[in-house]
Design a protein around this ligand. Structure first.
Ligand code: NAD
Length: 539
């Protein structure tokens, strides 16, 4: 809002970016005409933070905590971000997965104050015009979804807006992007989820999803309008249904500064997990075999980034493909199957068809990666078999939310006599199995996307390259120290996320400069310059 600084009186209290509530000093209360509008005590932000946390912690339900934090964000933005940044381990599972999944499911019922921007088919021809209604002019990051495949929860229509809102909150908290530069977008094209649409409180476009050429045209208009309104802004695609996710990425990746977090962000965080796991497995990643259960966008994205990582270690492309195996709902992905999607074909090997268990026994993978969206897909038999054939079996149960994970941390450790190298998509609490303490690692995309976005924006990258994600994965793996590994986790503590994101931003910007993709001049001290520009929520 251009006139934000000019506001006085109650208008100041109503702007979340300006409001400090009881934190306004006496001098500010005088100058901003706030005298009488607030209780007399002047509290500093630390004390306000204590009160906010007290309120979060008194709520028994995660969704109630979410609702409180969401309201805090609408009331006092700086206090919200201070809380999120200083207590990321505690609050990330509320603001993002797994609670955000429930928040999306219940979006229409817990809705209080609008956040973000909605584009609908009725806006066709006017998207550029209505984007002018957004109050901030310097938007740098747009996270957009059409709500068709929210986490592992399927089509949530306009209720999926919780995802772009949550992801952008993490850009701010983890990589120091200013909240004024963030734009969450719901491309609300209807929903095929009839139960949702028939809810009288549903907030989205009623009726079946727009598809085909009309959908593509609306998306194209949106992308062009974003570029015209906010030149140089990064567009992050989020939670699109798999076929669409690939189509959008392939259509726009060379034209626009954009990436798909489900495909590329996931790939980098899991590749970082491979880099780290090799320290426990004791083999180079080029000598490891990985078997994916689930052959959708997440798994294929991981494989597509792992191939160049293996090539960088000396394999040729066809050898690299042979290290990667897929099993989907119909069994091992092999050439003789005729039900495969285009993105499966490079990984369809010349091999007899077989089921998951037989495939583990025959191929003997070092790491199993689950991206099925199906709880229980890593059965006891599968994990026990992995533990039988490998001293340190990698068991990555990536599906979100926690209830959808292929197996739990407890199961992975129990069924492998505590030898599993376990990672999950959603968090599992520290646990003790057979007297041994474990701190399960979370392969959360939050380790990657904020740093990638921040690095690309800092150097004004023309586009996001595969090499940038490879650099991000390496930078993340370097943050894992031996004490992390000893406690069973292959990712750094979330409390280090600002440092991790900064290092990734530096690695991504370095890559952009090296590839000639950066438009901004390189500063003498890249790290310091990126760090200096980070948002600070303290008053
Ligand atoms: P998708 O719908 O594109 O693919 C799902 C795949 O799983 C399909 O190939 C399907 O055939 C297969 N499948 C389903 N049930 C199966 C079963 N029982 N056995 C074998 N295969 C089965 O979905 P996606 O975008 O690839 O996402 C999959 C999961 O990955 C989601 O639950 C999502 O939460 C998770 N994910 C995790 C992260 C992360 O941890 N960082 C990031 C993105 C996605």
């Amino acid at each position: 809002m251009p006139d934000r600084e000019a506001k006085t009186g109650v208008d100041v209290l109503r702007v979340p970016a300006l409001n400090k509530s009881s934190g306004f000093t006496d001098e500010e209360r005088e100058r901003l005409k706030l005298r009488g509008l607030l209780p007399v005590a002047v509290l500093n932000q630390d004390v306000q933070l204590d009160r906010a946390l007290e309120n979060v912690r008194r709520k028994a339900d995660a969704i109630e905590k979410y609702i409180f934090l969401n309201a805090l964000q609408s009331r006092n933005e700086r206090l919200f971000y201070r809380a999120l940044m200083d207590h990321i381990e505690e609050l990330l599972p509320i603001v993002y997965t797994p609670t955000v999944g429930q928040a999306c499911r219940e979006f229409a019922h817990i809705f209080q104050q609008t956040k973000g921007f909605y584009v609908t088919p009725a806006d066709r021809g006017r998207v550029h015009e209505i984007l002018g209604n957004w109050p901030d002019e310097d938007v740098r990051i747009v996270v957009v979804t059409d709500g068709e495949r929210i986490l592992g929860l399927g089509d949530l229509g306009a209720s999926g807006m919780g995802i772009p809102i949550g992801k952008l909150a993490l850009y701010v908290a983890c990589a120091g992007i200013s909240p004024r530069q963030c734009l969450p977008v719901m491309l609300d094209v209807g929903t095929d989820n009839e139960a949702l649409a028939s809810d009288p409180l549903y907030l989205g476009v009623s009726g079946k999803r727009l598809r085909g050429a009309a959908y593509d045209e609306l998306m194209e208009e949106f992308i062009v309008a974003i570029q015209a309104r906010f030149p140089g802004a990064l567009i992050q695609f989020e939670d699109f249904q798999t076929a669409n996710a690939y189509k959008l990425l392939n259509t726009y990746r060379d034209r626009v500064l954009c990436f798909n977090d489900d495909i590329q962000g996931t790939a980098a965080v899991v590749l970082a997990g491979f880099y780290t796991a090799r320290r426990l497995i004791g083999r180079s990643i080029k000598d490891m075999k990985v078997m994916f259960l689930g052959a959708g966008s997440a798994a294929t994205g991981i494989a597509d980034l792992t191939v160049p990582a293996l090539v960088a270690e000396g394999l040729d492309e066809s050898e690299a493909h042979k290290r990667l195996w897929f099993v989907d709902i119909n069994g091992l992905v092999v050439q003789q199957r005729n039900d495969l999607a285009a993105h499966n074909l490079p990984y369809a090997h010349d091999h007899p068809p077989m089921d998951f268990i037989e495939a583990i026994r025959t191929i003997q993978p070092d790491i199993l990666v689950g991206a099925t969206g199906t709880h229980g897909a890593f059965t006891e038999e599968a994990v026990r078999l992995m533990a039988e054939i490998k001293e340190r079996p990698g068991i990555f149960a990536l599906s979100n939310p926690t209830s959808q994970a292929e197996c739990t941390a407890q199961e992975a450790y129990q069924w492998s006599d505590g030898r599993a190298i376990f990672a999950s998509g959603s968090p599992f609490a520290p646990l003790t199995v057979d007297g041994k303490a474990f701190r399960p690692g979370q392969g959360n995309n939050v380790y990657i996307f904020p740093g990638v976005g921040a690095g690309a924006l800092f150097c004004q990258a023309e586009r996001i390259s595969e090499e940038m994600f490879l650099a991000a994965a390496k930078a993340l793996a370097e943050e894992v120290d031996d004490s992390d590994l000893a406690s069973g986790t292959i990712y750094p503590p979330l409390t280090d996320i600002r440092k991790v994101s900064l290092n990734i931003a530096v690695a991504v910007a370095e890559t952009a400069y090296a590839q000639g993709l950066a438009r901004a001049e390189r500063p003498a001290d890249l790290r310091q310059s990126i760090a200096d520009g980070m948002y600070d929520p303290r008053y």
